[in-house]
Structure formats: C-alpha cells, structure tokens
Design a protein around this ligand. Structure first.
Ligand SMILES: [Zn+2]
Length: 532
C-alpha cells in the first residue's frame, strides 16, 4: 500500500492558481448546489437512506463501496465505466494536488465525476503520515483540505487516512474538522471474522476494507461472496491507479470492467454498490477552520531542526526534512557525524550521474516544517555546506490552494572542501504564495554535506539571541536541559546530592529564574540523586 502512495516528482511547470477561497462559514448547501444539479441529489440523499436500494430488489444485505484514493489522472477513465454500469464510487483526493501536475486529475474532471453522481471525499492536504505530525499540523492538514473542497462546491462528508495511518488523536481531529467517517486501510480479509464491516460501523472513524485494487479480481470477488455468505455487511474496496501496469498495485481497466459487470449481476442476490456517503449518511457539516499558519521569520530563522540533530522516527532523515533525488543517477544519502554544529549533518554521494538532482528540502506541509512567507517581502536562505562540485538552492513555493510547486533556482556556489556558507536572497514573494521549502542541490557526480539551514527576513539584522533563565527546579534533568536550550541558555556544572530513595530531579539552580544573559549563558544545577 505504501508504494502506491509515494509522492511523485514535482513538476516545475505546474500552473499556479489564485485563491478563490470564499467565506467558508457559508452554508455548504448554498455553496454546493448553486453549482450543479448532481449536488442537490447528493445533498438530499446524504441523510442516510441505507435501506433504499436499486428498484425491484429487496433491502440489500451486502453493500459494496468502490473507493479510489489519491486523485491520479488514470482514475478518470472510471467515470464512463461507472456510468455504463449505473454505479457510483467515492474518490478520496488531496485538493492541493488536483490540477497541479499531469499525474493528477484536473478540477474539471473532479467536477465531472461529481456531476455523474460520484462522491468527492477528503484525503488531507499533503498526504503526510498524520500520526507522526504535531496535532496542530495534523488538524491543518485535514481541515484546510476539507475547506478547500467545500469552497469548490463539493459537500464533503467522508475521509480516508493517508497511508491508512490513524490513532485516537487523529480520529478526533478528523471528526473535529467536520467529517462523518474515516476509512483506514485495515483489512478484514485475513480471518474473515467479520467478513465485512457492519452497515452501521462500530467506529465510523476507523472503517475497514475487504480488498484492494492490487488483489486479483478473483480474490476481490471471493471476498465479496464470503461477506454475502456470512450474512452481508459493508465491503469497501480500495483502488489507486487504473491502468495496464503503470504502477505497482494498479488494476487494469479490463479487470475493473469485469468486476463491475460481475457486481451488476450480484444485484439479483441483494448486493449493491453505493458510495461511502450513502452508507454512512449524516448531514454535511460546516467548514471548521484549522489553526492559522505559523508566523513568518523575522531576523530569527523559523526553520525547525535547523542543525539536523533530531530524527524522532529513526528514518535516517532529519525530522522536518526529506531527501529529494530524481533522474538517471546513482546516489546515497547518509546522516554523517561530520557536522558544522551539533552531532549530525546530511551528506549525499553521487557515483554516477546522467540526469536529475539531489536536495535536502523542508517537508512540504502547512507550516510545521515549511517556512511561512509574506507577499512583497524577500527572504535570505542560508546553509553551511561542503561540496566537491558547484551547488545551488532550489526553492519550492506553496500557493493559496496549498499546492507545492517549483519556484526558483539560485546562482551556483563554488565547491568547497571546508565548511562554508551559502546565502541567497529571494526575489519579492508574489501575492499568490505563502510558504517556502528550499534545499541546497547537487546535480552532478560528487558529494555534498549540509548543516545549519536557516531562512530570515532579508534586510533585517539578526536579533541578538539572549538567555532568559527559566525555572527548572522540580524538573527531571533531561527536561531541564531542553527548557534551558529553548530559552537560549545552556546547562553548566551539574552537581549531585545523594538522597536516600530520592528521584533524579533538579533541586537548585544558579542563576535563578528570570536572570538574563547573553545567548548560551550557563546555568549550574544541583540534582537530587538516589543513594543506594
Ligand atoms: Zn492515499
């Protein structure tokens, strides 16, 4: 499943759209139904008529939902196929990707799917692993995407977790953003107890699936038959690409058509195809604003994990960054101890190069990692580097539809065998842009090592950092150290005081809380230590 979800190389020529985001608090019905008759039908039926079914059959015992994730362009061929079978499906899309790149469907295509009676549903803005984000960013990812779809006139009610990744907190966020249900990629197939989700799922924010487009069609059919024999229920199937071998896990148009033919014949046995919205029901809830974007940098950089020290998920890439390597080349990224500051830097070695480049970029998100920027301002991008070949900054920008795309390339910086600084000031930020993600880039054979990534408002002298001593008495030592670092201070001498059955906590500090000094001023601590 993961492979089918991986991000695609961004297209430098992707068109930029100006925002058309309207007053989100407006009634969704008013927004949506002005646009299309199909919407009216959908709204009327969004209230949960599970019992109704195709004319002439009894109440269905097995309901199949065909769900298509990620909005890839190859899915558009499904529109005519569904229409020919008088069936409707649910399309979970990441709104910033729609129309951003030929790899994805366009907004007119999404509109045509919707007008044909299909459901348009949410899949987050940037397809990140929501369980690994801070909750504020996770909420922006879910709410901003839903609001964009609402603003475009789609009455979105249902969500699918990117990569199927969810937990109790992420479920709560999806609910808080106004969704009525959320689909996982948890499979019911292996033990078949139950063989299908209940028509009224126990947890509407963690619904499970019975099969995937990557399964052979005979397997998908067998699982639906199993569900029918076990008394019915709700059988969701997850598809990604629809093509002849264009991607791992793709289903061929021929195989999909044969599945729809077969499903059409199952209607005689009370098995019908419905969108997720028709199964779950519930009203279309109003837009819910997520937390605003973080502030743009001033004289102080806002790049997170700037010294590349943290790797909380141990994926060997520093938190808040990703390595972007593409083209016909042989390359290897390593987390190296050869650092400019701290313990780690990031290095790439390219041993063969015909095309493409290699860069370490801030994660392209809604502000947890990417840098917020303000129109008309200019920003200075800085990093320390060593390289055996010329390097340059590549800058991506985020627009008012939250779409990330290529923006600018800086002039080249010369090779350097010792740590040196690359610094480049951007042109003024255009009015449609609100975020940047940038990285020093190596596009030939050789090596490049990077550390200390910063972005500041151009023309503003760096504000002198200061240490304002926090109160750390009562805190465990590790927490005290983090609090000091956050306040611009460092821990100094640490003395232990042995106390029977004591706990390792700070019991005294010097200087005391509230004292001020230059950045990096030392604070001496006395720590209670359990004596044996
Ligand atoms: Zn996906």
């Amino acid at each position: 499943m993961f492979a089918a979800h991986q991000g695609q190389p961004e297209n430098p020529s992707a068109p930029q759209r100006r925002s058309r985001r309207g007053p989100l608090a407006l009634s969704v019905a008013a927004l949506g139904c002005a646009a299309a008759l199909g919407c009216l039908v959908s709204l009327l039926t969004a209230t949960g008529d599970h019992g109704a079914s195709a004319a002439g059959t009894a109440s269905p015992r097995t309901v199949v939902s065909l769900t298509f994730d990620d909005g890839q362009a190859t899915q558009y061929s499904v529109r005519s196929m569904l229409a020919a079978h008088r069936m409707h499906a649910t399309f979970y899309v990441n709104s910033p990707r729609i129309g951003s790149d030929p790899y994805y469907m366009t907004w007119p295509q999404i509109r045509a799917l919707y007008s044909g009676g299909n459901e348009i549903a949410g899949h987050s803005a940037h397809h990140l692993i929501l369980t690994q984000l801070d909750p504020i960013e996770a909420k922006r990812q879910v709410c901003y995407d839903r609001n964009e779809l609402l603003a475009r006139g789609f009455p979105v009610t249902d969500f699918a977790y990117p990569f199927g990744a969810y937990n109790a907190l992420v479920e709560a966020i999806v609910k808080a953003c106004g969704y009525n249900s959320a689909r996982t990629s948890g499979s019911l197939a292996s033990r078949c107890r139950p063989c299908a989700e209940r028509i009224t799922p126990r947890d509407r924010y963690a619904t499970r699936v019975v099969a995937f487009g990557s399964d052979p069609v005979r397997t998908i059919k067998r699982r639906i038959v199993k569900a029918e024999r076990a008394g019915g229920g709700w059988a969701q199937i997850v598809f990604h690409q629809v093509c002849d071998g264009c991607a791992p896990g793709a289903i061929s148009p021929r195989a999909l058509r044969s599945l729809l033919d077969w499903l059409g014949r199952r209607a005689a046995r009370g098995t019908v195809v419905k969108t997720v919205n028709k199964v779950i029901g519930g009203r279309v809830r109003a837009a819910v604003r997520g937390q605003a974007l973080p502030a743009p940098p001033s004289g102080i950089s806002t790049v997170r994990n700037a010294s590349l020290e943290r790797d909380a998920n141990s994926d060997l890439t520093p938190d808040c960054f990703f390595t972007d390597s593409w083209g016909d080349q042989a390359f290897r990224w390593t987390r190296t101890r050869d650092a400019h500051t701290g313990d780690f830097a990031e290095r790439v070695d390219v041993t063969k190069h015909l095309s493409g480049d290699n860069k370490l970029m801030a994660v392209q998100d809604l502000g947890a990692c990417a840098t917020t920027v303000t129109p008309d301002r200019q920003y200075t991008l800085k990093t320390r580097y060593k390289s055996s070949a010329p390097v340059y900054f590549v800058v991506f920008s985020r627009d008012d539809n939250w779409t990330w795309s290529y923006w600018k390339t800086s002039p080249a910086f010369p090779p350097s065998s010792s740590w040196t600084r690359a610094s480049w000031t951007t042109p003024p930020i255009p009015h449609s842009l609100n975020g940047l993600s940038f990285g020093l880039t190596l596009a030939e054979k050789g090596s490049m090592t990077i550390d200390d990534v910063h972005a500041t408002l151009a023309g503003v002298l760096p504000e002198a950092r200061r240490c304002v001593v926090p109160r750390v008495v009562g805190r465990p030592l590790s927490r005290a150290r983090r609090m000091l670092a956050r306040a611009g201070c460092l821990s100094g001498r640490i003395s232990r005081r042995f106390i029977p059955r004591g706990r390792k906590r700070v019991i005294a500090q010097r200087p005391r809380a509230g004292a001020r000094g230059p950045a990096g001023a030392r604070v001496n601590l006395v720590v209670a230590w359990p004596s044996r």
